[in-house]
Structure formats: structure tokens, C-alpha cells
Design a protein around this ligand. Structure first.
Ligand code: AMP
Length: 447
């Protein structure tokens, strides 16, 4: 279905044309008409499906339909998002959709001084994009009030809960007006997200555009079995062999990321780091350089896994597998976006096969193994192949031929599910939320 059939304002249509959008994506097709009717929505859409426009366009259209002066220190539409990078990205993307409209759009997030943000908030904001913790700080300093908020979007709600923002999110929701529209977007589904949706949404409509917790069909998944201590050498060899341009590499720890970057610095490959020990400025620069195509390799930890939109990114590499399969879905969601092809490469050592088994179960397919000559496992028998219940997702003959051939290394393909029980979820949803800050606002929420 085309955007032109939606009756959106000429200003929005013109902006969409400038973005090169013509046909709506499935999530846009479902969510935009419902949101325009003022319904609360619970949207479960995989990453890269065009969900920003799915909430931003109906929001902008309703703000045009119901024109209102933005009072000083007040906000009309609030978008909560888990990370600074996402907040910045949303501000740019939504700014593009609102290019021909008079709305002022601002983002507030931690890691930078309050001053500049405070001045903008005090003047009043039409669309405010915020990370929960920083917004609470501004409210406590009386820079802004949410009492006139008409629209709320919770973007990447699952991630916000994973990051321990549940109390902050609820405290902020309690500050908003009772009469409002709320749209909850989550890339993955979980009991915690469902519980939150019950608490904050009013008679919501469920929008589900794809199977739960799945990855884009356009992504090819491959696994390189390799011992942990050989991963760095394997990476350097493959990078030279394939000359991947560009590749986003996820490591589990900052130390591994630093180590990888040190090695890359010894070569002519342009690379940068994005992890929690880097200043906001350095993280922003690394991302901007990567997005601009000025660097070939971006090494990142989980903070870069959500929502980041890097146009035409062909390769994502998991230097380590994440503990939770949902995190795999998010990491590799950086590639294969908007229907484009992408490759998700994972280095898997024998100790990680239990995570691999879980990931395969979630994506509903067995992942092709590639055995790189010279990187044979010390203990070949441990690289088990967990059987996977096939779903409707196509599994090509070529894929199974490849794994059988590779399985002839005896160990692979025996099909005996001897994977140890996956590690229990270690992250507690609310454990990190009860920090020092934001007591006053939370107290208010409890009342
Ligand atoms: P999002 O899931 O919102 O991060 O969007 C993923 C990518 O899809 C971004 O690069 C968007 O610019 C792009 N996109 C969103 N909607 C459309 C559309 N209807 N047609 C073409 N590209 C789109």
C-alpha cells in the first residue's frame, strides 16, 4: 500500500518523498491507521521494519489535526528510548519526517551537561525524545513538566526493561496526563513487556508484523566454529580474505573490544570503538564516522545492539555469542534492514554451543557452519548441532548440503542434543532501577 493512500498532510507526504519512501512497510500499514484513530497500540515488530515512521507519522498527523501552542516547560509528545544513540537517531529521523512542519523536536539524554537541554525544555517542546533517567533529572530540577503530554511512545520497551528502567518508565508515565494516547513498541516479546503493557495501555490493539523474536528473512546466518583463543587471528584472516566493508563487530566485554581495536590499529584498516567507557562525544564520533563510511570496522559492545540504523550495513559479526537469544536478534538486526541483504557471522567456541542452540531455536533454523582451514577445534567432538524445529522460514537445499558436508568432520550433525541447560537469565529487571536518583518522582508515582 502506498503512503499516498493514507491521507497524510502534504507536508508529510513531501518529506516522505524526499526520504524516497513510496510503499509502506507492513508495520506502517497496520499501525498508522490505528494510531491515527487515537488507539493505544502494543506493537511487536522486529528491528529495521520501519517502526520509527510507524509511530512518528500518525503522531505528527494528529499534532497537525489538533493544533496547539506548546506552553513553556511543557511537552506535547514524549518518546522514551533506552540509549543516547537511539535518542539522537530518533531526533534526526523524526526531524526528517517533520522537515516541512513547524514543530520543535528535542532529545535529552545522559552523558552531557544539563544546561543546554534545560534551556530548550524550559521554552517548551513539541516532540521530546528522552532516555528515562535524564528526563527524571530534568523533572526534578523543574525544567519540564509532563502534565500536558498528549502522546507517549515507548520505543524499544523490551530494552528499557532489560536495562532496569521499569520503575523510571512507570514513574514518568504517572506524571503524564490521564487523557493521552500511548504506543508501546518492542522488538521482542516477553512476560515483562506484557505486564508493562497491561499497566499503561488502555484497551490496546495488538500489532504483530512478524513471528515473535525473529530476524529479517534477508539475513544469511553463518557460524565459524573456533576456539576462543584463536578468534582474533580468525577475524584478521577473514577480514583480509573477504575485505568486509563495512562490518560491525560485537564483543561481550569492553576488554575484548579494546584488544580487537589494538590489533586493528597495527594494520591499515580504519576502525573505531563504541562502548560504555568511551565518552558520549567519542561514541557519537565513532558512529557518525561508521555511518558515513569513513571507517571499515566498528567494534562495539551491547550498547550498539538496539535500533541503530546504519544504511546498507552488509555484515555483523558476533565475536562472542550473547547469552540471551533476544540479544542476538537485536545485534544482527543492524544488518538486512528495510529488505536489504545482510550477513550475520558468529564465532562460536565449544563453550558457546549452548547459546547457539538457543539462538537456533529462536530463529527457527539451523545455522550454516563454515570451517576455516587452519582453525580446527582442539576438541572436535564438542561442537554439537542442536536439532531445530523447522518453521515456515525457508531452509535451502544448499544450506543443508553445506552443513552435512561440514558435519562430516564427525562431530557436527550427529543430532544428539547434549547441550547443557542454558544459563539462567542473569539480568534482573528491576534491580538496577532503584538507584539514588529520581526518588522524588518515583515517590510521586507511588502515590
Ligand atoms: P526503522 O525500523 O524505523 O529504524 O527503519 C529502518 C530503515 O527503513 C530506515 O533506514 C528507514 O529510513 C527505512 N524505511 C522506513 N520506512 C520505509 C519505507 N516505507 N520505505 C523505504 N524505507 C523505509
Amino acid at each position: 500500500m502506498k503512503f499516498s493512500s493514507m491521507g497524510l498532510s502534504p507536508e508529510i507526504q513531501q518529506a516522505l518523498k524526499a526520504c524516497g519512501y513510496e510503499e509502506m512497510t507492513p508495520v506502517q500499514e497496520q499501525a498508522i491507521p490505528l494510531a491515527r484513530k487515537g488507539r493505544d497500540l502494543m506493537v511487536n515488530a522486529q528491528t529495521g521494519t520501519g517502526k520509527t515512521a510507524a509511530f512518528a507519522l500518525p503522531l505528527l498527523q494528529q499534532m497537525i489535526d489538533q493544533p496547539k501552542e506548546t506552553a513553556a516547560g511543557k511537552v506535547r509528545a514524549l518518546i522514551l528510548t533506552p540509549t543516547r544513540e537511539l535518542a539522537e537517531q530518533l531526533a534526526v529521523t523524526i526531524g526528517g519526517y517533520a522537515d516541512n512542519l513547524p514543530f520543535n523536536i528535542n532529545a535529552v539524554y545522559g552523558g552531557v551537561k544539563h544546561g543546554g537541554q534545560a534551556n530548550k525544555l524550559k521554552a517548551g517542546v513539541d516532540i521530546l525524545i528522552a532516555t528515562p533517567g535524564r528526563l527524571i533529572e530534568h523533572i526534578e530540577m523543574n525544567h519540564v513538566s509532563l502534565s500536558q503530554v498528549e502522546f507517549v511512545v515507548l520505543d524499544e520497551a523490551d530494552r528499557m526493561l532489560d536495562m532496569g528502567f521499569i520503575n523510571d518508565v512507570q514513574a514518568l508515565m504517572a506524571q503524564t496526563a490521564a487523557q493521552k494516547q500511548t504506543l508501546l513498541f518492542s522488538a521482542t516479546s516477553s512476560p515483562a513487556v506484557n505486564e508493562l503493557s497491561h499497566k499503561i495501555l488502555k484497551r490496546p490493539v495488538d500489532v504483530r508484523v512478524d513471528k515473535q523474536n525473529t530476524t529479517a528473512q534477508t539475513v544469511e546466518h553463518v557460524v565459524y566454529p573456533v576456539d576462543e583463543e584463536r578468534k582474533l587471528d580468525l577475524f584478521m584472516e577473514l577480514l583480509e580474505e573477504h575485505n568486509w566493508f563495512q562490518i560491525l563487530v560485537f564483543t561481550s566485554t569492553k576488554k575484548q573490544a579494546d584488544h580487537l581495536l589494538d590489533r586493528l590499529k597495527q594494520t591499515s584498516v580504519k576502525a573505531a570503538l563504541c562502548h560504555g567507557d568511551k565518552s558520549q562525544g567519542a561514541r557519537r564520533r565513532a558512529l557518525a564516522d561508521f555511518k558515513a563510511g569513513d571507517i571499515q570496522v566498528l567494534v562495539a559492545t551491547e550498547i550498539a545492539a538496539r535500533g541503530l540504523d546504519i544504511e546498507g550495513l552488509d555484515h555483523v559479526l558476533n565475536y562472542n555469542l550473547p547469552f540471551l537469544p533476544e540479544d542476538y536478534v537485536h545485534r544482527i538486526g543492524r544488518t538486512g534492514r528495510a529488505g536489504k541483504a545482510g550477513q550475520a557471522i558468529s564465532f562460536v567456541c565449544p563453550q558457546e554451543t549452548r547459546f547457539l542452540a538457543k539462538i537456533q531455536r529462536v530463529i527457527g533454523d539451523e545455522i550454516k557452519r563454515i570451517y576455516q582451514r587452519g582453525f580446527e577445534l582442539k576438541e572436535r567432538e564438542v561442537m554439537i548441532q542442536a536439532p531445530v524445529k523447522k518453521t515456515s522460514k525457508k531452509s535451502t537445499k544448499k544450506d543443508s548440503a553445506t552443513s552435512q558436508k561440514q558435519g562430516s568432520s564427525k562431530s557436527a550433525g550427529k543430532g544428539k542434543n547434549t547441550a547443557p541447560k542454558a544459563r539462567k537469565k542473569s539480568r534482573s529487571i528491576s534491580s538496577r532501577a532503584g538507584g539514588k536518583k529520581s526518588r522524588a518522582v518515583r515517590k510521586k508515582a507511588k502515590k
